[in-house]
Design a binder for this molecule. Structure first.
Ligand code: ZN
Length: 308
């Protein structure tokens, strides 16, 4: 069994309207699902992605209005990187500046150009420009198709010690490829989100959850293999959850040895299972087991102002 790569990444934010504006207007992703945190229904769960929120494109947020800032550090995904075509570097440098985003000057890493910046809550993000990117399904929006974010390139994990996590990634089908300084790269065979970098620093501060930090990273698995993935995780010394129905995918969660929360999510049925493609993200969608509480849930959610 081998995961082709990242399915989605879920992070914690604060102001939901500001989050919506940044990911749709500044980065040009589509809001593909507007729901609630199934474990805390007073908080939105906002899903962004390509036109249909394909696996490998979906960045999701729990925006807690009053969230305190977290600390990015060890035991967390410390950077989320999106894939862009290498012809789009100048476009994005200009675009981020025009949108008031304080981005670092482009740098080279393993032969690719990387632009680093943060979202409005301080979540570390990168655009990684690669010469051979899939065409993908860019959404309608402010970014022309040829420059659009295609989905994820990678996540970087900050770790006090990388050995056990490296072993787990290899069990999951990733192969060690390049390394430089404190960065070890692992790659799988998917088109999107196929890279995981391990950043080892025993002296780095421990991560603390809060706004601007990643909650978990999910990897793609086949539904027929999900139970077998649980066995693999147990054999690796982890304690996976049962399979949980998240409506748009089924999930198993396991905290890996260094403290990073991993999820193993099915590619199907996807975000169009309960909404038409054209109408994705336009209204609050609840799984059927929460539908009879809709009035109460809607009354307790903050206003979500559409990006202009
Ligand atoms: Zn998830």
């Amino acid at each position: 069994m081998r995961t082709p790569g990242i399915h989605h990444v879920t992070a914690i934010g604060s102001d939901p309207s500001r989050n919506l504006e940044f990911y749709t207007k500044t980065l040009g992703l589509r809001l593909v699902k507007q729901s609630v945190n199934q474990d805390d229904v007073g908080v939105y769960h906002l899903f962004y992605g390509d036109e249909q929120g394909s696996p490998g494109t979906s960045m999701t947020f729990f925006p807690y209005v009053d969230a305190s800032p977290g600390q990015v550090g060890t035991g967390q995904v410390s950077t989320v990187a999106f894939l862009i075509p290498d012809s789009a570097v100048d476009y994005w440098v200009d675009r981020l500046a025009a949108e008031g985003v304080d981005a670092a000057a482009p740098e080279e890493r393993f032969g690719d150009t990387v632009i680093a910046f943060e979202d409005p809550d301080g979540l570390p993000l990168e655009l990684v420009a690669v010469d051979d990117v899939p065409e993908g399904h860019p959404p309608e929006g402010p970014v022309p198709d040829e420059h659009a974010i295609r989905g994820f390139h990678s996540v970087a994990l900050s770790l006090a010690s990388a050995d056990e996590t490296a072993g787990l990634l290899q069990t999951m089908g990733f192969e060690a490829t390049e390394s430089e300084h404190d960065r070890q790269r692992f790659e799988s065979d998917g088109d999107l989100g196929y890279v995981v970098d391990l950043l080892e620093d025993p002296h780095a501060p421990r991560g603390r959850p809060g706004a601007g930090t990643v909650h978990h990273v999910a990897f793609q698995v086949d539904e027929a293999e999900q139970e077998a993935w649980r066995d693999v995780l147990i054999e690796a010394g982890l304690r996976p959850t049962e399979i949980i129905d998240r409506k748009w995918f089924k999930s198993v969660y396991a905290r890996e040895h260094a403290g990073v929360l991993f999820e193993f999510a099915t590619k199907s049925p996807g975000y169009t299972v309960d909404e038409e493609l054209e109408a994705l993200g336009e209204r609050l969608v609840l799984p059927e087991w929460l539908e009879d509480r809709r009035e109460e849930i809607e009354a307790n959610l903050p206003e979500l102002r559409p990006a202009d």
